[in-house]
Design a protein around this ligand. Structure first.
Ligand code: PAF
Length: 294
């Protein structure tokens, strides 16, 4: 496994791969590091499906708001490199901020509509930062496939839209959410939780599991479902709800009217964001009304 800290090193390695095999396919797993089993599952899938896999580790300042956790975002380079090596990565691209942004970028990548609700509303500018860094990574690595976890379902929808709109020749591969045995979705931010908050955080996945039963109830509307999910989450004393939304997926629009969910056509997402102290967790489940898909 090769570690590249500069764009020149990365390009050199990629050229060598293509020179030794002009049919070689490249998989990219973009991350902000502090890797967990969710990231490892993306790396393994990339290693299985491509000739070579690139893992990028870059805590992108542009996607953090002024009062967010950029400075304290967890980092552990040695551990990340060991996990990358164990999970089939060939090249780790780990640039610093100056390498990625030698000067203040004057180009914005703004995906409209899909970024208006959910995390786009709670974290203004977040997806502009994601769009810019992911498009830079796509241009630098020129991967055939790029792997993203479904926990960040809105991010995935935004990146797929950006890729389609800009005709970037990469296949976006959505990968399933990986959970702790008790159901908590894996996230690098879970380390911020106190022991009590960690126990209470299981309420996110519990409420999604309950929702999968509740949607089957006759006459259940999205308003009723959201109210029930909110009530369930509020049973966790430290939980502060940011949002609970039922939207079309991947278009992220409100359903028309307050029709029973049984009448909703197509795919929907039940998306949650909940704060425990200063730690904000997200989770979601996808539904095709009458047929559970996630
Ligand atoms: O999901 C993440 O870790 C980040 O948003 C990403 C896609 C690596 C861009 O910085």
């Amino acid at each position: 496994m090769i570690l590249c800290r500069t764009i020149a090193e990365l390009k050199n390695e990629l050229i060598q791969i293509k020179q030794s095999n002009d049919q070689a396919t490249i998989g990219l797993v973009p991350t902000m590091g502090f890797l967990h089993e969710g990231h490892a599952s993306l790396m393994r899938q990339s290693a299985e499906e491509n000739t070579a896999s690139v893992l990028s580790i870059f805590v992108n300042p542009l996607q953090f708001g002024p009062n967010e956790d950029f400075e304290r975002y967890p980092r552990d380079e040695a551990r990340d490199l060991a996990i990358a090596k164990e999970n089939g990565i060939d090249i780790v691209f780990m640039p610093d901020v100056k390498e990625m942004y030698p000067s203040k970028p004057r180009t914005s990548v703004i995906v409209s509509q899909l970024t208006e609700r959910l995390c786009g509303a709670s974290r203004p500018g977040h997806f502009d930062g994601v769009g810019l860094v992911v498009s830079k990574l796509f241009h630098l690595v020129q991967p055939d496939r790029a792997y993203f976890g479904m926990k960040d379902a809105q991010q995935l929808a935004v990146i797929q839209q950006m890729t389609d709109d800009l005709n970037i020749p990469v296949e976006i591969i959505p990968c399933p959410i990986v959970r702790e045995p008790d159901g908590l979705a894996l996230s690098s931010r879970n380390v911020y939780l106190s022991a009590e908050q960690r126990q209470q955080a299981v309420v996110l996945s519990q409420s999604l599991s309950l929702a999968k039963e509740w949607v089957k109830e006759r006459g259940m509307t999205s308003e009723d479902l959201i109210a029930r999910v909110k009530a369930k989450i509020s049973e966790a004393g430290q939980a502060e709800i940011d949002y609970v939304e039922w939207l079309t997926y991947p278009t992220l629009e409100l359903p028309a009217g307050n029709e029973p969910i049984a009448n909703h056509k197509g795919k929907y997402i039940l998306a949650l964001a909940v704060k425990f102290g200063s730690t904000r967790l997200i989770d979601n489940a996808l539904f095709v009304p009458n047929t559970e898909v996630n």
